[in-house]
Ligand binder design. Structure first.
Ligand SMILES: Cc1cc2nc3c(=O)[nH]c(=O)nc-3n(C[C@H](O)[C@H](O)[C@H](O)COP(=O)(O)OP(=O)(O)OC[C@H]3O[C@@H](n4cnc5c(N)ncnc54)[C@H](O)[C@@H]3O)c2cc1C
Length: 280
């Protein structure tokens, strides 16, 4: 098999150099990367909702969501430290090398949701995969109705991408509601789980889709509340996280029933997720 097929790095990771490392929240860093091969750098095309396989040499490979299109910013990945590969990544320095394969996966269905209101519900680092979709929607503002972000985190210090939210709030019509589970001194905002924002924001139901991403406990209660409010299961979209190995539908490592999350997903409607017969 050729290594690069349709602009996709398929089998052998392409080498990239870490140009900058930014601390986001506790245990989450953003790594700004540049491919060593200028041809790869030029031809690497990203679709919102896709992911790459990131190699940390000597540690292994992990699936990581893609950022908004690099036309707006340098290519970067935000990664939470949870285990072997991500620990090793967090120990790297500017100038160190990593490997990248991809982009893989289906991406968000923007064509199908044109003209609709979009509600993004993100819990904690669930904003990482949703951010590229929010940026896409804001860049194509006239193709969508209301664009509402509901963001929840454990504490004010765990709120991701505050600097992005400040920029987005300057865009007319963008709505954002934020909550924390545990307020700390000086917090004057909303307190409570992220689903409590559904009522606060008085979200629309007609002609509306919701993108939901966050830990399983949050995901299930948000879905319940959205459906109680009247949203249909095919209007709720999420990304599934499964252990990935090959990323190209060969090894079956990420199979859930008949679906392979690496190629059929990671983006699914809740209607599809329900048919997979597995707890999120
Ligand atoms: C499509 C996709 C996109 C992702 N995007 C991001 C991202 O943008 N940023 C980010 O920080 N993480 C993201 N993840 C999760 C990331 O892939 C895992 O956290 C990472 O692979 C963990 O590797 P590790 O070797 O550090 O941890 P390990 O040592 O393998 O595991 C540590 C713990 O995390 C659990 N775990 C590991 N991988 C997964 C997984 N894929 N799903 C659920 N639980 C897992 C393990 O069961 C274990 O409890 C994404 C996952 C997928 C499938």
């Amino acid at each position: 098999m050729n290594n690069i097929v349709d602009g996709k790095i398929v089998t052998v990771p392409e080498i990239a150099t870490i140009e900058e490392i930014k601390d986001e929240i506790q245990d989450v860093k953003t790594f700004y990367l540049k491919f060593d091969n200028p041809e790869v750098e030029k031809n690497f095309k990203i679709k919102s909702g896709q992911f790459v396989m990131l190699t940390v040499f000597g540690a292994g490979e992990s699936a990581i969501s893609l950022p908004p299109s690099p036309e707006n910013d340098r290519f970067h990945l935000s990664v939470r430290r949870v285990g072997k590969v991500t620990d090793a990544l967090h120990a790297l320095q500017v100038g160190d090398k990593v490997g990248i394969r991809g982009p893989f996966g289906n991406g968000f269905p923007f064509e199908e949701i044109k003209g609709k209101n979009i509600i993004y519900v993100a819990g904690g680092i669930g904003l990482i995969p949703l951010r590229s979709s929010i940026v896409h929607a804001l860049q194509h503002r006239n193709e969508f109705g209301r664009i509402i972000v509901l963001l929840g985190a454990r504490t004010p210090k765990d709120l991701m991408y505050q600097y992005n939210i400040e920029e987005w709030l300057k865009i007319p019509g963008f709505e954002c509601y934020v909550t924390v589970d545990q307020p700390t001194d000086g917090w004057t905002g909303h307190t409570g789980f992220v689903n409590s924002l559904i009522d606060k924001a008085n979200i629309p139901v007609e002609n509306t889709v919701a993108f939901v991403c966050g830990p399983p406990v949050m995901f299930n209660s948000v879905i319940n509340d959205l459906m109680k409010r009247g949203l249909k299961d095919d209007c709720i979209i999420s990304t599934l996280e499964r252990h990935m190995k090959c990323g190209i539908g060969k090894c079956q490592h990420c199979a859930i029933g008949r679906t392979l999350v690496c190629t059929d997903g990671p983006v699914y409607t809740y209607k599809q997720i329900k048919t997979l017969g597995e707890e999120i």
